[in-house]
Design a protein around this ligand. Sequence first.
Ligand code: GLN
Length: 446
Amino acid sequence: ASYRRITETDETIKAFLTLNEENARREADNLDKQLQEGGERGLLFGLPAGVKDNIVTEGLLTTCASQFLSNYNPIYDATTVSKLKSAQSVTIGKLNMDEFAMGGSNENSSYYPTRNPWNPEYVPGGSSGGSAASVAAGQVYFSLGSDTGGSIRQPAAYCGIVGLKPTYGLVSRFGLVAFASSLDQIGPLTKNVEDSAYVLQAIAGYDEKDSTSANVNIPDYTSALTGDVKGLRIGVPREYLGEGIDPQVKEAVMQALKTFESMGATWEEVSLPHTEYAIATYYLLASSEASSNLARFDGVRYGVRADNPDNLIDLYRKSRSQGFGPEVKRRIMLGTYALSSGYYDAYYLKAQKVRTLIKQDFDNVFNQYDIIIGPTAPTTAFKIGDQVGDPLTMYLNDICTIPVSLAGIPAISVPCGTADGMPIGLQIIGKAFDESTVLRAAHAFE
Ligand code: GLN
């Protein structure tokens, strides 16, 4: 059914980069056989899944939507992919994205842009745009995405589905092609909150192969879905509803708060005073980490090697010039500059300090409130082509998601209405490792 749906819809949506049909059919047959022989059903038994193309899959092309990795066939599975296999879900294929997860519209894919299933003239968001569109179009039951500054939550909002960015360290990054290692997290994109809880259950947990993996107890996330939010204290940051927020998005958030009130929760306006520095901080830190992480792509070890180099340095230069797209080059240059001697203190170190202030803003609010609510993005999806060539405007789309990433805390985007026919996302933010409360609130609301 999944492949039939892909055949019907993906010519327009273009969510997939690679299909895994032969293997998936074989795996599904094996699961059937195991069940008939009296085996137990895994947590995600037989569910068709899509995987973002920056999460490595053994023997299945993993391109990061880059020309550089157009021939990269990994020899191992990411931990999250192994965990999906243990839970008996079936990987249908690899999903389109902005190249190396840098972008917010999928237009930075070096292959083709994915389109929004609600209206193919619009972007699905990004960078996990393929992951969001494939779930919204009913091609897969759920997908995995990655979120560095909003890349699960924003496309989930634009495509009218549920997207969860877990606490940094909850889900293993082993086998996630690194963009900004101190921010990257893998998480589920699903049709509803209950599914999100199930997929999180399957992928969360300590992994010795990831040095930043947190050794914490994993609760039963579905048991948190009680429908009860009585007495829940909600903080609403004034910085997330001010200038630049579409009035229809703001109205939808206010309506959502009324719904929470009617269920017995309370809300008050709060302040996250360093929000205005979040975008600058993020683009310094994320680009710095990216410039370092992407140094491994040299034309020798991974991916495509340029033809006819004059010498070794020329091989690096040609391979990187040909392999990377413009946004990736922009970030590498920005990051290299910020890390260079003489500028390190002024830019990178300063940004690290501001990151701490941003985290403290959240800590202060969470002293008095259980969750924070605001919009996921300031607007709904925009038209394909509308923001191309204007990176600064594109960067501003992440104003509500980036501070959360810098603080390393969990947040979910759930649908909360539409504006001019396009979906709006409500962002629910929680304390570190308190995914249960985030899921409980989201589930009661949806
Ligand atoms: N849009 C942001 C960026 O371009 C976030 C991307 C992400 O979360 N991977 O960096």
